[in-house]
Design a protein around this ligand. Sequence first.
Ligand SMILES: NC(=O)c1ccc[n+]([C@@H]2O[C@H](COP(=O)([O-])OP(=O)(O)OC[C@H]3O[C@@H](n4cnc5c(N)ncnc54)[C@H](OP(=O)(O)O)[C@@H]3O)[C@@H](O)[C@H]2O)c1
Length: 227
Amino acid sequence: MKTVVIIGGSKGIGNAILSKLVNTTKVINISRTKPKLSHNNLTHYSCDILKDDLPVISTADTLIYCPGSINLKPISRLSLDDFRVDFEINVLGAVKTIQQYLPILKNSLNPSILLFSTVATKLGMPFHASVAASKSSIEGLVKTLGAELAPNIRINAIAPTITDTDLASKLLRNDQLKQSISDRHPLKKFLNPEEVAEMALFLISDNALSISGQIFEMDCGIVSFKI
Ligand SMILES: NC(=O)c1ccc[n+]([C@@H]2O[C@H](COP(=O)([O-])OP(=O)(O)OC[C@H]3O[C@@H](n4cnc5c(N)ncnc54)[C@H](OP(=O)(O)O)[C@@H]3O)[C@@H](O)[C@H]2O)c1
């Protein structure tokens, strides 16, 4: 049975991935709080990625890093500390986990890494300066490490538009906001975590052995189309 390490499987997109995997895969979850689900195939480590040492794990086929931020403010109100905090959780946390688990990933048959970006790296939107800067770094990491780790380890990222999780709950806090966000997307919808999880499952599977160094927009058309 394969082992997938998820950083941030207690909630949101990570939790949707965890729930879809756990019947057929050993899942090691690392987050500050425990996932609600319990299962024989699931091991949880309580850990703050920014403060704590990561647990020692003996085997991993896939690493998925989910923590992120949506800190939207005009540039005049974004402090340098805002940029630092966003960079830490989005980028340095991912780097820390990749460095920690690279030696065990290298022992796997077809190892892969999956990270998360955002549509805001490709679509200029007011107030997104800090998150766009951090997630652009994620995209740079995916390209660089895709080359550096080839042919042994694949690495890709999904760049979702707004997804109905705790992280986006302020932006989706009532029906009117949900409607207006749907209306802004050419496909007249936004994402739910389960559909992002389906893309994640494909990218970490052996059906995607030819795919590395790629950023997959799940944009409901907002980056791709002007209608
Ligand atoms: N939701 C959206 O609209 C959206 C849009 C574009 C991109 N994205 C990106 O997609 C990814 C997943 O987003 P999401 O909406 O699923 O986020 P979420 O609902 O906030 O879930 C994040 C997960 O990461 C864990 N986490 C956060 N900080 C942590 C820390 N310091 N140490 C350990 N674990 C930590 C959380 O668990 P604990 O709280 O238990 O620690 C949780 O399980 C993120 O990278 C995000 O930037 C999301």
